[in-house]
Design a protein around this ligand. Structure first.
Ligand SMILES: [Cu+2]
Length: 353
């Protein structure tokens, strides 16, 4: 093992731009040392995670795939990645002018969360969780989101979708940044149907997004989609040492959450995954499933799949719907096909019963 270095992999990449001889050093010289130190110290302080919910347990002795020891207690964070998977928020429905209006209230809050055992992160959140609530409406309905900025910093809510400039949630249009203590109500028609997202759009943008201000926004087609076990997965990353590179990767925030508690699904049942890439700093993320293939609907805006595959790559802000059935029982891994991300937390299992 090489000596710890303070240099980030991104700085090294920059300095190596004109000196390719430095590149072979990359892999060996620039591990994510800080986070490795943090993970090691968490292990040595005895956080061995006695919980065994889901039956997987910490079982670090046999987990060659897993770099962390112990478990993040969902009670500490106030949210649970396993619950986030199937937690859809349809808001409060009121009838106005002959159609349904879905009303939501979202509060920005600064909050420390634990993203891997012993690794704390000073997050900025929507409604106290990362990712924020999965907002859901049907095509053609009105969506009304009352945003309250309870954070110490200015923020916005920028929705992907079709709407007026006033409600786009960016600086310099409409109300612009919403100051601490201030409120603004974003309002628009749910269009087009598909899989979208929302996030803060205040500058510096990378910081405001990577601190945790994002969530999934699903617009169902009027006719709906076939009945399925539906799961929301936001692929995210966390820059724990402010070097503009991520040290922890996950789906729905907590590293290895679905390794420790595999996602329970039923053999033969249709599973629909709403997959969103909100990872900052890395241009691409990916999703790969073992022992199976899926239909892929980019952005979910068409009802016919584009691909039948086992791996999909998404750029920042890209998203798509996966549909699959598991033909066999057992445990099936899924993970980023960027191996480094998988090693740093973005890896889990489906348990097919
Ligand atoms: Cu912000």
């Amino acid at each position: 093992m090489s000596k710890p270095t303070k240099m980030s992999r991104r700085k090294l990449l920059g300095s190596a731009a004109g000196a390719t001889a430095a590149l072979p050093l990359l892999h060996e010289a620039v591990p994510h040392q800080l986070v490795h130190d943090q993970l090691a110290s968490a292990a040595s302080t005895g956080e061995h995670g006695g919980h065994s919910a889901g039956g997987a347990g910490a079982a670090h002795g046999r987990d060659a795939q897993r770099r962390t020891v112990g478990r993040v207690d969902p009670a500490v964070n106030g949210f649970d990645p396993t619950e986030i998977l199937r937690d859809f928020d349809g808001g409060k429905v009121v009838r106005e002018g002959g159609r349904d209006v879905r009303e939501f209230e979202i509060v920005a809050e600064d909050r420390e969360i634990e993203i891997a055992p012993g690794v704390k992160f000073a997050a900025w959140t929507y409604n106290g969780r990362v990712p924020g609530p999965t907002l859901r409406a049907t095509e053609g309905e009105r969506v009304r989101v009352r945003f309250v900025n309870g954070s110490k910093h200015p923020h916005t809510m920028h929705f992907h979708g079709i709407h007026t400039a006033r409600h786009d949630g960016v600086p310099e249009t409409g109300p612009g940044n919403i100051a601490p203590g201030q409120t603004f109500t974003y309002e628009f028609d749910a269009s087009p149907f598909g899989l979208h997202l929302y996030h803060c759009h205040t500058s510096p943008l990378a910081e405001h997004i990577s601190k945790g201000l994002y969530g999934t926004f699903v617009i169902d087609p009027k006719k709906g989609r076939p009945e399925a076990d539906e799961l929301v997965m936001m692929m995210n990353g966390f820059d724990t040492n402010f070097d503009a590179a991520n040290e922890i990767y996950a789906v729905n925030t907590v590293a290895f959450a679905y390794h420790d508690r595999p996602i329970q699904v039923t053999r033969g049942e249709l599973v629909r995954i709403y997959l969103v890439n909100i990872t900052e700093f890395d241009p691409l993320n990916s999703f790969h499933i073992h022992g199976n293939f899926f239909d892929y609907y980019p952005t979910g805006t068409k009802l016919e799949p584009r691909d039948f595959t086992d791996t999909v790559i998404q750029g920042q802000g890209e998203r798509g719907i996966l549909e699959l059935r598991f033909p066999f029982t057992g445990k099936y891994m899924f993970h980023a096909h960027v191996s480094e991300f998988a090693d740093l937390g973005w890896m889990g299992f489906f348990e097919v019963g």
